[in-house]
Design a protein around this ligand. Structure first.
Ligand SMILES: [Fe+2]
Ligand SMILES: [Fe+2]
Length: 244
């Protein structure tokens, strides 16, 4: 079992940090991420508002930057494990002192958590330029995986796909980086969560031409480049829409 310091973010690529917490009992790790580029500090899927979760994320952000420096929060869909903490961020940073980026459908639900900051809605293929060197984040919609308004984010500089619940895994044998057994964890998560294979194939088709060095899902383990082909084939061949 991998020991994780609950107070320190882990830099997984230059300027990109994992801020997550493992939950070995439930097999359900949660993985917020932070990107720093110039003056911009982008928080991805900040997570739950439970004290035992948020206290980890907060300390980990603060091990890198003061929370007040956050400029943008990206929320890939409306589940509480991604965005229930946003009002706690507002308490520190201030309402409308940072941007919230999500999809149009998700934007409907964000205020239900008590979020008062204005939400910016993306459409498929939109790019957010960050920093001064041409780096951008590209937003790719992933309908029905597992929400009609779900999307993922691609970082052009580090070639990371922040994949939200896609490539997520359930596993009590959690490790920060995927091992050879992680494909089984992907199956366990994806089979009941994704409603139909055509949506999975549509997604795989959309990312087929992206150069991806790292997949960072919102649950489970980070997938390094050499394990990405096996992860993709696992999804491609999986029978989904099954609740046993
Ligand atoms: Fe979800
Ligand atoms: Fe999730």
């Amino acid at each position: 079992m991998q020991k994780i310091d609950p107070t320190k973010a882990i830099e997984i690529r230059p300027g990109v940090w994992w801020l997550g917490w493992p939950d070995y009992d439930a097999g359900f790790s949660n993985n917020p991420y932070l990107i720093l580029e110039g003056e911009e500090a982008i928080l991805i899927d900040p997570g739950s508002r439970l004290e035992e979760h948020w206290s980890w994320v907060r300390k980990k952000i603060e091990s890198v930057i003061p929370i007040e420096k956050i400029t943008t929060v990206i929320v890939h869909h409306q589940d509480p494990d991604l965005c229930a903490a946003i009002p706690l961020i507002e308490e520190i940073v201030g309402v409308d002192n940072f941007d919230i980026i999500t999809s149009e459908r998700t934007a409907l639900f964000i205020p239900y958590y008590g979020v008062r900051t204005q939400v910016t809605a993306i459409t498929d293929g939109d790019r957010l330029e960050i920093g001064e060197n041409g780096r951008y984040l590209q937003f790719i919609t992933t309908p029905y995986l597992h929400f009609p308004g779900a999307f993922v984010t691609y970082d052009s500089k580090e070639k990371i796909l922040f994949s939200s619940d896609i490539f997520a895994g359930f596993s009590v044998n959690w490790s920060l980086f995927a091992d050879e057994y992680y494909v089984e964890a992907i199956k366990t998560f994806s089979q009941p969560y994704f409603p139909a294979k055509r949506h999975v194939l549509n997604f795989l088709n959309k990312i087929a031409n992206l150069e991806i060095d790292l997949i960072c899902p919102q649950h489970g383990s980070i997938i390094p480049k050499e394990k990405i082909p096996a992860a993709i084939e696992t999804l491609r061949n999986l029978e989904v829409g099954i609740w046993k």
